[in-house]
Design a protein around this ligand. Structure first.
Ligand SMILES: CC(C)(COP(=O)(O)OP(=O)(O)OC[C@H]1O[C@@H](n2cnc3c(N)ncnc32)[C@H](O)[C@@H]1OP(=O)(O)O)[C@@H](O)C(=O)NCCC(=O)NCCS
Length: 176
């Protein structure tokens, strides 16, 4: 469980790189998570449209976010949300592309183009992993497509290692 009060206090309001501030993802952030899911899927080109997100294998990343179980952080700058990293616990009969086990939530993240390369992704991820450790998550998994070298460098830097393969993507896991 990742409670709001666990991420407020020392974390929320803490200055992030590029002057961004952090807040928790809430159940009201479905549109933001949808937008970020599309950005993560379209990391290379505009391959997917917003309508594609209604596919169940994509929609479960941003539909039904439960703050009492899932966890996530939004970085906000003067223009609004500039990045978000969140996890969802998905069941074995409706797994994400980076599914490892039901007790290991799966990460999705994206930073707006205006904020990239300024440490916001690193800040989001390190804080989310620290919160997950406090919440007792055994680990966090993710799926990263071949060629997404920038994301992979970030993931390896914070401790993710490749543990599997799914189509043209690696499944990565960090144990907490
Ligand atoms: C991946 C992503 C979240 C990184 O966020 P960010 O705020 O730019 O990351 P940071 O500024 O903290 O950079 C962390 C490190 O990742 C690497 N990195 C990030 N983006 C990179 C890129 N486009 N090319 C090469 N390296 C990159 C760098 O090594 C960087 O460290 P450095 O600045 O010391 O060189 C962001 O680029 C993004 O939203 N990409 C599109 C969506 C996406 O790919 N999501 C993940 C899908 S699996």
């Amino acid at each position: 469980m990742l409670c709001e009060d666990r991420l407020t206090g020392a974390e929320a309001g803490a200055a992030a790189p590029a002057g961004a501030l952090f807040r928790d993802v809430t159940a009201d952030d479905a549109a933001l998570l949808r937008h970020a899911t599309l950005a993560a899927m379209n990391w290379r080109t505009e391959t997917f449209s917003d309508a594609d997100l209604d596919r169940p294998d994509f929609a479960h990343y941003f539909t039904g976010y439960d703050p009492s179980r899932d966890g996530g952080l939004v970085a906000v700058d003067g223009e609004g949300p500039v990045g978000v990293a969140w996890v969802r616990f998905l069941p074995a009969d409706d797994p994400g592309y980076g599914f490892v086990s039901e007790d290991v939530p799966e990460l999705t993240m994206a930073v707006e183009p205006r904020g990239r390369g300024r440490g916001i992704g690193t800040a989001l991820l390190t804080r989310l992993l620290a919160a997950g450790r406090s919440a007792g998550w055994p680990g966090v998994s993710l799926s990263v497509e071949d060629g997404n070298t920038g994301a992979r460098i970030l993931y390896e830097r914070v401790g993710f290692r490749t543990v599997g393969r799914n189509g043209d993507s690696d499944t990565m896991l960090t144990r907490l």
